[in-house]
Design a protein around this ligand. Sequence first.
Ligand SMILES: NC(=O)c1ccc[n+]([C@@H]2O[C@H](COP(=O)([O-])OP(=O)(O)OC[C@H]3O[C@@H](n4cnc5c(N)ncnc54)[C@H](OP(=O)(O)O)[C@@H]3O)[C@@H](O)[C@H]2O)c1
Length: 308
Amino acid sequence: MARVLLLGGSGQLGTCIRCRYPRTWDLHAPPSSQLDVTDASAVQKTVAEFEPDLVINAAAFNRVDEAERHPEQAYAVNALGADHVAHAAKRARARLIHISTDYVFDGLQNGLPATEPYHEDATPHPLNVYGKSKHEGELTVLASGGEAAVLRTAWLYSEHGRNFVRAVLARLTMGEQLRVVSDQIGSPTYAGDLADAVIALGLRGESVAGIWHVTGAEAMSWYRFACRIVDIWQEPEFAGMRGTRPATCAAGDGNCAVVVPITSHAWGASASRPAYSVLSCEKARVLGITPKPLDSRLRQVLRAVLRR
Ligand SMILES: NC(=O)c1ccc[n+]([C@@H]2O[C@H](COP(=O)([O-])OP(=O)(O)OC[C@H]3O[C@@H](n4cnc5c(N)ncnc54)[C@H](OP(=O)(O)O)[C@@H]3O)[C@@H](O)[C@H]2O)c1
C-alpha cells in the first residue's frame, strides 16, 4: 500500500479525491482543524509520523476577492503553507503534488491581449493577491529540491463546496436573473476530473516533477458558462427539480434571457482577474490525461445537486 497524505481534503478537489482514490492507497486526510499548513512544526510532525510516499497539497486560501483584503492570510496558506509542505515532503523523501492556478497569468502575451492557451513554460505574471501568493507557492515547491509536481488548474466546479455552478443553480431555483461577467475567458474544470488526474500522476512509477496543466476541454467566458448551465438545467431530465419559481429562459442559441452579460468593470470585484487564462493541456496528454467535455460533467453535477 502506498501511504498518501492529502491536505485540503474537505475542499472541492479534496472531497473528489477522497471519493475516488484507489484501493492501493492508504490515505490520511487530516482536516485543517487538526493540521494547519501555516504551522511549520505541525506539518513537519505529521509528515514525519505518517511517513507518506506521496503528499497531495490541495489546501489553499481560495477566496480571490477576500485575499485582497487579507493578503497575510492568503500568503500564509498559499505561499508559506506550500513551503512547509514541500520541505516536510522532501525531508521524508515523499513525492509531492501541489495544486496551483491559471490566475498566475495576467491575460497578456507579448504585451498584447492573450489569444493562445498558456503553456507550462510561459512566464507567470499574476494580477491579484491570490495569484501572487499561489505563484510564490509554486516557486517554493519547485525550488524545494524534492520530487514535486505543480498541477495548475482553473475554474473548478463540482457537486461539493462553494463554486460557480452551485451559485448559478441556487439563483435559477429562486427564479432570479443573473448578471455574469462576459469579458473573462477561462476553462471550467470538473473537480472530479482533476481528482482523476491527480491520482493518475500519483500512481506513475517514474518522475512527474515539474509543471502540468489540467483543465476542462472548453474555453469560454463566465457568461457563456452560465448559459451552458441554464441550457442543461432546462433539459427535460431536470423538469421536476427546478424549484417552485423556475426562471423563464430563451435558451438554444447560446444566449439566455435569465443571464445578462456584464463587464468586469460593472461587476466591480475587489481583485483584478485576467481577461484570458486558458491553459494548454497538451503536455499532460503524454500521461493519458485528456481534457474532458463540459456538458456531460455539468449534467452529472446537476443530477447530484438538484436531487439532494
Ligand atoms: N476553486 C477554483 O476555482 C480553483 C481554480 C484554480 C485553482 N484552484 C486550486 O485548486 C486547489 C483546490 O481548490 P478547491 O476549490 O478544492 O479549494 P476549496 O474548496 O476552497 O478547499 C480548500 C481546502 O483547503 C483547506 N485549507 C484552507 N486553509 C488551510 C490551512 N491553513 N491548513 C490546512 N488546510 C487549509 C480547507 O480546509 P477547511 O475547509 O477546513 O477550511 C479546504 O479543505 C487549490 O490549490 C486552489 O488554489 C482552485
